[in-house]
Design a protein around this ligand. Structure first.
Ligand code: S3P
Length: 445
């Protein structure tokens, strides 16, 4: 990669493909949760494989602001932590605004912890966070008994929260969302009885897995691929978690695997990657498109993990049904690039939530693909992508400050005839700081 102008990155074609075996940094969702739940654990929790990125460092700062000590053991990559949990009642009122930076998971999960704490907190973040909807967490937290107030009537950050005694009840989540479900689970663990959370479809279940590892009782009843109810029994004592091993992030691996599938001559293996079935929707969809993918599940202490190998394959188009969307929500932009190279048309629907991510990912993905010369039809809740196995020429693409869009642009460069310049690549540090170095390592000379 050559730097073109400050902040920009150029990703040239890889004429001999990408070849090798690599690991990806720790899972972002699980890293956030390890620190958030470690803080309310009854004692210290060791976290191995922690992702050190802009988003997860914001979580470390937020938790330190609540009086919790966190030791970073491995100064080279910071992948090992000890979170000195103080139990839920040991948290202290923060003296300043908690700045979540760009971290949506932090601003949606932390209020679930704060809702039962007898103190006041203010949460805010960057310009992208200040556009993201918060009523979906603040309204149910208020119903449970927390006192909340925020910009535009509680719809947007910054917002305030004063914890209180929480009531059990039943809550309906309109759109499947792990962030909303997790926030309500965390509050419900401290309510005065059993809480039921109805969701229209399954979403990632890392919070449930981790709190159950700490002794909580949370279970889901219903259709594994459709509507279901999460039933939360309040804690009778603080969580008591053992050590946490964070698997590699399948959402980061997705960029390397799709790159291998669309750049001729490639074969890439990603080892030690998380294979939680609520996160592996992309692998199923790529297999439906004819991809040469091999998944070798090993085990994981708490979360399933293993190795995935992808080798270059001419792909054919496919349709993604709305109920599958939450299982690959963060991978849809890179899936769209695979669809752009496939023979035939691919469609996704039921993905309006993508408009509410770090950027409007439906609009930004459509724009990026069009810049490459791909025909795309944008719908309110999805995309139709008219695949074209002929490769695009070089061009410049916009990331909109969104880490996942920037990495789509980079992979487009590897598969292009003359390279792609991405306008802002610094944002890649939100989830995958070593991305460019790993790509360099995989390019076959
Ligand atoms: C996440 C849940 C998803 C995902 C986000 C991380 C989580 O968001 O897009 O990147 O860690 O719970 P939603 O819950 O809004 O779908």
């Amino acid at each position: 990669m050559n730097c073109v102008q400050e902040g920009q990155g150029y990703f040239g074609p890889a004429p001999n493909g990408l070849v090798g075996t690599v690991r990806v940094p720790g899972d972002k969702s699980i890293s956030h949760r390890s620190v958030l739940l470690g803080a309310v654990n009854s004692g210290p929790v060791t976290v191995d494989g922690f992702l050190r990125s802009a988003d997860t460092l914001a979580t470390i700062r937020a938790i330190r602001a609540l009086g919790v000590d966190i030791e970073e053991l491995d100064s080279c990559d910071g992948s090992k932590l000890i979170v000195y949990g103080r139990g839920w009642d040991g948290l202290e009122e923060p003296v300043d605004v908690i700045d979540v930076a760009n971290a949506g998971t932090l601003i949606r999960l932390l209020p679930g912890i704060l809702a039962s704490c007898p103190f006041f907190a203010v949460l805010n973040g960057d310009a992208s966070i200040r556009r993201r909807p918060m009523a979906r967490i603040l309204q149910p937290l208020a119903q449970m008994g927390a006192t909340v107030s925020g910009r535009q009537g509680g719809r947007l950050p910054p917002f305030t929260i004063q914890g209180g005694r929480l009531r059990a009840g039943r809550h309906q989540i309109e759109v499947a969302s792990a962030q909303v479900k997790s926030c309500l689970i965390l509050a419900a663990l401290r309510a005065d009885g059993q809480t039921l959370i109805d969701e229209p479809g399954p979403s990632r279940d890392h919070t449930e897995t981790m709190v159950c590892y700490g002794g909580a009782q949370v279970r889901r009843e219903g259709d594994p691929l459709g509507p279901g109810t999460t039933i939360v029994t309040p804690l009778s004592r603080d969580l008591d978690m053992g050590p946490v091993t964070v698997p590699g992030d399948i959402s980061s691996a997705a960029f390397l695997l799709v790159a291998a599938l669309i750049v001729p001559g490639s074969r890439v293996t990603v080892e030690g990657v998380g294979l939680n079935p609520t996160r592996t929707g992309l692998l199923d969809v790529l297999q439906e498109m004819g991809a040469d993918l091999t998944v070798m599940a090993v085990s994981g202490e708490v979360e399933p993990m293993g190795a995935v190998t992808a080798a270059y394959t001419p792909l054919h188009g496919c349709d993604i049904a709305a109920e599958k969307v939450p299982l690959l929500i963060d991978e849809l932009p890179i899936w769209a690039l695979a669809a752009a190279c496939a023979e035939g048309t691919s469609r996704v629907r039921g993905a309006a939530e993508l408009r509410l991510k770090e950027s409007d990912r439906l609009a930004a993905t459509a724009q990026l693909l069009r810049t490459l010369g791909i025909e795309v039809h944008e719908h309110q809740d999805g995309l139709d992508i008219i695949g074209n196995p002929q490769r695009w020429k070089g061009t410049s693409v916009a990331s909109h400050g969104d880490h996942r869009l920037a990495m789509v642009g980079a992979v487009a460069g590897l598969a292009s005839r003359t390279g792609v310049t991405v306008d802002d690549i610094e944002c890649i540090g939100i989830s995958y700081p070593d991305f460019a170095a790993t790509i360099e390592q995989l390019i076959h000379r």
